[in-house]
Design a protein around this ligand. Structure first.
Ligand SMILES: [Mg+2]
Length: 354
């Protein structure tokens, strides 16, 4: 029989991919553009392509640019978030916390997705592309990360680290592994810290039925403990993850629009990550509604969707329509990865019981 905890492990992998594929069609669009061209995302669809009367893609409209990073993707297909998370989960199962292997597994899939015209299927983020090409040219994983990598690369893919550490009861090892995985692509402390916090929150939500206030406090404490001070003199984007999470505590009940006005949901980790946490705590007991609302704010919405989905899967298990698994790319494999990581825990428990 599948236990509730096993379902949560599976749901972390699946819901993260579902959030990714829900946001995929409209990645980088503004809220108004999503409404105009789709009427609002309510289920998986093909990438949205806006064409003029000659069949040419429209490059901008009255709300701003239209970028089509995911233009070659179809309904249920996922992007870099899930390619990376899946590779990390597979690496952890195959060789444990070996950083070189965890990195190489991601680089292998990145290389395999390169198309003849030079573009890389899956809309890979800029810092990750730089870092993985660095690794291709022989630079070691801990040196490879992009210098000003302040994107969402680390938190978007870190959920399997939370699962793996939970299964092994290695909470004290979680920050170091999550930090090192983050560093392999991003050298900005905020991006790294968000990755650690995301893995930590997945771990925490699997275990306990914590209250909404406890969740916010836990997120802040995790950021305070793990986010290192850094010199902001040369960095255009000010602030840190800790201060954004503290803002959420003070403003936890403000309207979604108000929170979005302040936090925003672009691809900077200082925007997309805190906004995801705001929405997750706001819709703490209504995860499906919260996930769709988060995605429909646009911006880096495949990633806000993936990060929200991972947290919601850890707290609620299967909270999404299971018929979506019929269209989700690699649904069977993702579910099995969750299950196999859970089995580590089961094996340990059985040994202890003996
Ligand atoms: Mg993506």
């Amino acid at each position: 029989m599948t236990t509730k905890l096993q379902q949560k492990y599976e749901a972390v992998m699946l819901a993260s991919a579902i959030g990714d594929t829900l946001g995929m069609p409209v990645e980088s669009m503004k809220k108004e553009q999503i409404q105009k061209y789709t009427g609002g995302i309510t289920e998986p669809i093909d990438a949205v392509l806006v064409k003029d009367e000659h069949g040419q893609l429209i490059k901008k409209d009255e709300f701003g640019p239209l970028k089509y990073w995911t233009r070659d993707l179809k309904k249920g297909e996922y992007t870099d978030d899930t390619y990376s998370a899946k590779a990390i989960a597979e690496a952890l199962l195959e060789k444990g916390t070996n950083l070189e292997y965890i990195t190489q597994r991601q680089v292998d899939i990145f290389n395999a997705l390169k198309q003849p015209d030079g573009h890389i299927k899956g809309a890979w983020g800029g810092s990750t592309r730089i870092a993985f090409e660095n690794i291709n040219s022989g630079i070691s994983p801990l040196e490879a990360g992009a210098e000003n990598g302040i994107g969402t690369g680390p938190p978007m893919k870190m959920a399997p680290v939370g699962l793996y550490m939970h299964a092994n009861l290695y909470h004290s090892s979680l920050p170091k592994l999550a930090r090192n995985i983050g560093l392999t692509t991003h050298k900005d402390e905020r991006a790294i810290a968000a990755g650690i916090v995301q893995a930590d929150l997945v771990y925490r939500l699997l275990d306990d039925n914590i209250s909404r206030d406890q969740f916010i406090d836990y997120a802040i404490n995790s950021a305070k403990t793990n986010e290192l001070p850094f010199d902001q003199t040369f960095i255009p984007e000010k602030g840190n993850i800790t201060s954004k999470l503290e803002w959420i505590k003070e403003n936890k009940n403000v309207s979604d629009d108000k929170a979005h006005e302040f936090l925003r949901s672009g691809s900077l980790v200082l925007e997309a990550y805190p906004f995801t946490i705001f929405m997750f705590q706001k819709y703490f007991d209504k995860p499906f509604k919260g996930l769709l609302k988060t995605i429909n704010f646009g911006g880096d919405c495949d990633t806000t969707g993936a990060m929200f989905g991972a947290l919601a899967g850890a707290r609620h298990g299967y909270f999404f329509p299971e018929k979506w698994l019929e269209v989700l790319q690699d649904a069977k494999e993702l579910k099995e990865l969750g299950q196999e990581i859970y089995e580590i825990d089961k094996w340990r428990r059985e040994c202890v019981d003996r």
